[in-house]
Ligand binder design. Structure first.
Ligand code: NAD
Ligand code: LMR
Length: 342
């Protein structure tokens, strides 16, 4: 049987902290499956090319199964006929900022949308990691209209992983004899923006214990679920910046790997992805990039339909959507502002 052609993958901001952690995940087959050769393109700004060369040397020293490795500051070289585009390039927030305050990243995305439109395959699958991830992804989707809207996504998997981990740790704290793992926390979901308005929803979540499935609402206090649990997931990024003096990198790369692998290989459980809200069954305004519970099959995601949503959940879901509408409006203003004003 003929082997598949190499998968071409571009990572922007490849010399940064997340880019560094992502490299072995991509090059070793963890992200796209072992045996699939990768044509890996690393995009950076000219000022970071020397630093990027160090990453290239380490990738070489990994002796990975790569078809090709290119380090460049030229968007045409990076995006030409690319199958997968992972947008990490951009600036992290500093202590005291919200993710939407990183204005400089909005400009990067408006200009990279054009490169995506001009050079990438029309089947390219896009994952945006750089913050504000939902709205940066929206800028790409608007600025690259010849690529189908379902091909654009942003990362909310880190928030889902954080939810699962916190639920697992609390369960073990309450049941010291239990060896339940984060992977045994199923149907946790994250709705909305990758910001402090995100809604980590446990209404449908179940813990697969050795004794059988237990609903999260039966396992834990409502006061904890609706209080400390929710706010610690919503504010975890800021807590990591405070503790590390730098934003999350290894867990972000791991989440990006989970996201892409599930999208390409498929899921056997519900996960969360930021995707286009057009036609969603939950009354979220259309034309946003919004995190929904999804399943993936044959390289396509599908929003999980038919979940019962109570009034409290609906309010939280719409509040996060309202924040995204505001972010969209400010990007639209920037897009329509004359270039001389920049
Ligand atoms: P970093 O500063 O270590 O690396 C970012 C890299 O992007 C730098 O090397 C920089 O030179 C490069 N870059 C800047 N402009 C570029 C451009 N126009 N083209 C290509 N490269 C460019 O930052 P990091 O820790 O890797 O984080 C990257 C982004 O990811 C930040 O915006 C951060 O807030 C975000 N982030 C998102 C999540 C999430 O869950 N969505 C999680 C963690 C971090
Ligand atoms: C995170 O959630 O860790 C990232 O979005 C980084 C940040 O700014 O919080």
């Amino acid at each position: 049987m003929a082997s598949l052609p190499p998968l071409s993958v571009v990572v922007t901001g490849a010399a940064g902290a997340i880019g560094y952690s992502l490299m072995p995940m991509i090059a070793s087959g963890q992200m796209f499956g072992e045996g699939r050769k990768i044509d890996l393109r690393l995009l950076e700004i000219p000022a970071a090319l020397d630093r990027l060369q160090g990453t290239v040397m380490e990738i070489d020293d990994g002796a990975f199964n790569l078809a090709k490795l290119t380090a460049t500051a030229d968007v045409e070289v990076a995006f030409k006929d690319v199958d997968i585009a992972i947008f990490v390039g951009g600036f992290p927030r500093k202590a005291g900022m919200e993710r939407k305050d990183i204005q400089i990243n909005a400009r990067i995305f408006v200009s990279q949308a054009k490169a995506l439109e001009d050079f990438a395959k029309k089947t390219v699958k896009v994952l945006v990691v750089a913050n504000p991830a939902n709205t940066n992804c929206l800028s790409l989707m608007i600025g690259a209209p010849s690529i189908p809207r379902e091909n654009f996504s942003c990362l909310s998997r880190l928030d889902l992983n954080r939810s699962r981990s916190q639920l697992c740790q609390k369960y073990r704290e309450l049941h010291p004899e239990s060896d339940v793992t984060a992977g045994e926390i199923v149907n946790a979901m994250v709705w909305g923006n990758h910001s402090s308005t995100q809604y980590p929803d446990v209404s449908h979540c179940v813990i697969q214990t050795a004794e059988g499935p237990v609903k999260a609402r039966d396992a834990f206090d409502d006061a904890w679920l609706d209080g400390d649990f929710m706010s610690s997931v919503q504010k975890r990024g800021g807590a990591i910046i405070k503790a590390r003096g730098a934003s999350s990198a290894m867990s972000a790369a791991n989440a990006a790997c989970n996201h892409m692998r599930d999208w390409i290989v498929g899921t056997d459980e519900c996960v969360s992805m930021g995707v286009c809200s057009d036609g969603n069954p939950y009354g979220i305004p259309e034309g946003l990039i919004y995190s929904f519970p999804v399943t993936c099959e044959d390289g396509k995601w599908k929003i999980v339909p038919g979940l019962p949503i109570d009034d409290r959940s609906k309010g939280l879901m719409l509040a996060s959507a309202a924040e995204l509408v505001k972010e969209r409006d400010s990007v639209n203003e920037m897009l329509s502002a004359p270039a001389a004003a920049e």
